[in-house]
Write a protein that binds this ligand. Structure first.
Ligand code: NAD
Length: 362
């Protein structure tokens, strides 16, 4: 056993089918009186039920949610919270919606209860993101960590397969990078490996039968573990590339995760073979990169950047932007490495069995 540091985060998790019913008690626990309900329009029916149930505890609502929290939209959310005189936000939606709760918490210091409806995992982390002038900037601040997270698998049965697959690949990416990041420790690695196991079992079943509460429960459990692992440790190359593609080229976060993950797994495998063997074992496969690519195909999730509408002429810029700021990765990486990963990802190639040599080495 090696020495390690594990910085456990505070936070309460209420998990189970129907657990949204417990929101009033959870609000009591944190002493919230005036709630700003921040919700994604796809959850409007559930939001309407909450508004009716909570009555005058709802001080205001905000549903102008956009991916990657554009600064102007965050400013509108701050105004909504101020006007409502809210002392708490409740977010109901995916990672984009949770991101608005975090932006409000960061600016105004009021607590959040998150009710996630996707597999993003943001609800478990103290990481926030704000996008301005075409760039997404992220930071860590304990104030943005939701006080309570209510995971209700019933809220996820409406996620269509074309959303379930890519967002599930995003959750897998959190587990995988958590296994090889420099802060990895035995506790987060346990969460990550169990998360991969749950996601690899739950996702295909959730796509095949979206209404299956059993499949949705397993997938949401995996997504929770993925978020918890992400929260405790840093990420690496995969997440950096995805943030550039999402924040600066307008691609959907889940979609780019699905495309990029197998290629970064192949690239990093030679530096951290034990971590990638652990991934393969949890997926019931013998090679992680191939298993991830094949899983994406079987989920109907994207496997090529070209298919997402990315222009090949922009790939050089993506490679440069990915390494503009210092990056820790288990295998040293330069722009030509990133460009080679992007090339495979652009064309949607199934990863080769062996890692490509770095272009600079040849
Ligand atoms: P999202 O919140 O944008 O949701 C994706 C789509 O699914 C949207 O169209 C939404 O309307 C729809 N949707 C959500 N819930 C639904 C439901 N139950 N039924 C039907 N449709 C539903 O996407 P996401 O992948 O959940 O989150 C992505 C965002 O979260 C990105 O901005 C990403 O950077 C951020 N994120 C942040 C962290 C963090 O720690 N800060 C972690 C992961 C992701």
């Amino acid at each position: 056993m090696r020495s390690f540091v594990f910085d456990a985060l505070p936070g309460r998790v209420v998990f189970g089918a129907g657990s949204i019913e417990l929101l009033p008690e959870e609000l009591d626990r944190i002493g919230a009186k005036g709630v700003l309900l921040v919700y994604d329009v796809t959850s409007k029916d559930v939001a309407d039920e909450l508004i009716e149930r909570l009555g005058d505890r709802i001080a205001g609502t905000f549903s102008d949610v956009e991916q990657h929290v554009p600064l102007e939209a965050a400013q509108r959310a701050w105004e909504a919270a101020l006007e409502a005189g809210a002392d708490c936000t409740v977010t109901l939606g995916g990672g984009s919606t949770t991101g608005f709760g975090k932006a409000i918490a960061l600016e105004m210091g009021i607590p959040t209860i998150a009710i996630p409806t996707t597999y993003a995992g943001s609800e478990m982390t103290p990481i926030y993101g704000l996008t301005s002038e075409g760039r997404k900037r992220t930071g860590r601040d304990i104030r943005v960590l939701p006080k309570t997270v209510i995971y209700d698998p019933k809220l996820t049965v409406s996620l269509p397969p074309f959303v379930t697959g890519p967002i599930g690949m995003n959750a897998l990416a959190h587990c995988i990078e958590a296994l090889y990041t420099k802060d990895a420790n035995p506790i987060t690695s346990l969460m990550a490996e169990e998360g991969i196991r749950a996601l690899a079992r739950g996702l295909p079943a959730s796509v095949a039968e979206p209404g299956s509460l059993e499949a949705r429960t397993e997938t949401l459990y995996g997504a929770y573990l993925a978020g918890a692992a992400l929260a405790a440790v840093g990420m690496a190359l995969h997440h950096r590339i995805c943030h550039v593609l999402g924040g600066s080229f307008g691609l959907s976060h889940g979609d780019v995760n699905s495309v990029i993950l197998p290629h970064v797994a192949r690239f990093n495998a030679e530096a951290v073979p034990e971590a990638l063997e652990r991934v393969a074992r949890a997926m019931g496969a013998d090679d992680a990169a191939l298993a991830l690519f094949d899983l994406a195909v079987s989920l109907g999730a994207p496997t090529s950047l070209a298919g997402l509408g990315m222009r090949e002429m922009d790939l050089d810029r993506v490679a440069e932007m990915s390494l503009e700021e210092p990056l820790w990765n288990p295998r040293p990486v330069d722009t030509s490495d990133v460009r080679a990963i992007l090339d495979d990802a652009f064309h949607g190639r199934r990863p080769s069995r062996a890692a490509r040599p770095s272009p600079m080495a040849s």
